[in-house]
Design a protein around this ligand. Structure first.
Ligand code: GLY
Length: 253
C-alpha cells in the first residue's frame, strides 16, 4: 500500500531536456496538462501528493524517480548518471527529510538512477545502463542488504532504464517487454508480455487498487485487465518525447 507521492512540475526548459527519442519537441502546455492529469490519477489511487515547483535550471527534473529510492525503512539518495541532472538530488534530499529519518547515499564513482531500480517485495533488481554503473549498483545492494533486501544486478542490452521495459504489479506478476521477456533473472514470475509495437506500455505503475498505464495500448491494457487489475489510462505523448514514462514522474511511498 502506498500513501504518498512526490512529483515536480514541468519547467519551460523541459522541452530542451535530454532525450534519445525521435518523437519531436514536446509541447510545453500539453506536457503541463498531462502532468496535471497524472497528479489527479495519483490522487484517485488514494495518494497524498507533494507537488514541488518547477525548476528551470534542471530541464529533466520532473522525472523525480531518478533522484531517490524509497522503502519502508529508508530513503536512498541516488547519484544520477547524467551530469546535467546530478544537481536534482539537492532539493530532493531536503524534501525527503520531512518523511524519512534515515537517508543513505550513493557516492561517486558510483552512479545510479532510480529508473534503473525495480523493487519486487524484498528483492531489488538494478539495471546497468548509461546512467547506472556497477559501482553504483553494488553500493545500492550493500545499503539494502542492511535492511534485509536482496539485490540482483541486471546488465541492460537495449532499454534506456531498467523500468523502461519492466514493471512489478504484485502477486508475482511482472509486465515485461523486449530483452526481459525471456531473461533468466525473471523466469520465476508470471509474465504479462507486452508486444514490440506496444513496448512503451511496459512502464506502468501499480498503485493500490489501480495500474496506471499509458493511453493507446489496447492489447496491453486488455492483458493487464485480464490478469485482474483495474487500469487508469493517461495520455503520455509529451512525456514520452523526453524518454519519460509513468514511473519516472513520481516517487511513491
Ligand atoms: N529525459 C530524461 C532523462 O534523460 O533522464
Amino acid at each position: 500500500m502506498f500513501t504518498r507521492a512526490i512529483v515536480k512540475k514541468i519547467s519551460k526548459s523541459y522541452v530542451d531536456g535530454l532525450t534519445t527519442s525521435n518523437l519531436g519537441k514536446p509541447d510545453f502546455e500539453k506536457a503541463q496538462a498531462q502532468h496535471a492529469q497524472y497528479v489527479a490519477a495519483l490522487k484517485q489511487c488514494g495518494l497524498e501528493v507533494t507537488v514541488l515547483n518547477a525548476d528551470e535550471e534542471y530541464p529533466d527534473s520532473t522525472f523525480v524517480e531518478d533522484t531517490a529510492v524509497l522503502t519502508n525503512e529508508c530513503a536512498v539518495i541516488t547519484n544520477p548518471g547524467a551530469p546535467s541532472r546530478n544537481g536534482e538530488i539537492i532539493e530532493m534530499k531536503e524534501v525527503l527529510k520531512q518523511f524519512y529519518e534515515k537517508a543513505e547515499k550513493i557516492h561517486a564513482p558510483g552512479y545510479l538512477d532510480g529508473g534503473d531500480v525495480l523493487q519486487v517485495d524484498k528483492h531489488f533488481y538494478v539495471g546497468l545502463s548509461t546512467r547506472t554503473n556497477r559501482e553504483g549498483a553494488e553500493q545500492f545492494a550493500a545499503i539494502q542488504q542492511k535492511y534485509g533486501y536482496e539485490t540482483t544486478i541486471v546488465p541492460l542490452e537495449k532499454f534506456f532504464h531498467l523500468k523502461t521495459g519492466i514493471a512489478y504489479l504484485g502477486n508475482n506478476d511482472l509486465v515485461v517487454a523486449g530483452e526481459f521477456i525471456d531473461h533468466p533473472d525473471f523466469e520465476e514470475y508470471n509474465k504479462i508480455v507486452i508486444d514490440e509495437q506496444e513496448e512503451y506500455c511496459a512502464n506502468c505503475i501499480r498503485i493500490n487498487d489501480y495500474v496506471i498505464i499509458p493511453k493507446g495500448y489496447e492489447r496491453s491494457k486488455k492483458k493487464i485487465e485480464d490478469a485482474g487489475y483495474k487500469t487508469i489510462e493517461l495520455d503520455m505523448s509529451e512525456i514520452q518525447k523526453q524518454d519519460g514514462g509513468l514511473s519516472c514522474l513520481s516517487l511513491r511511498f
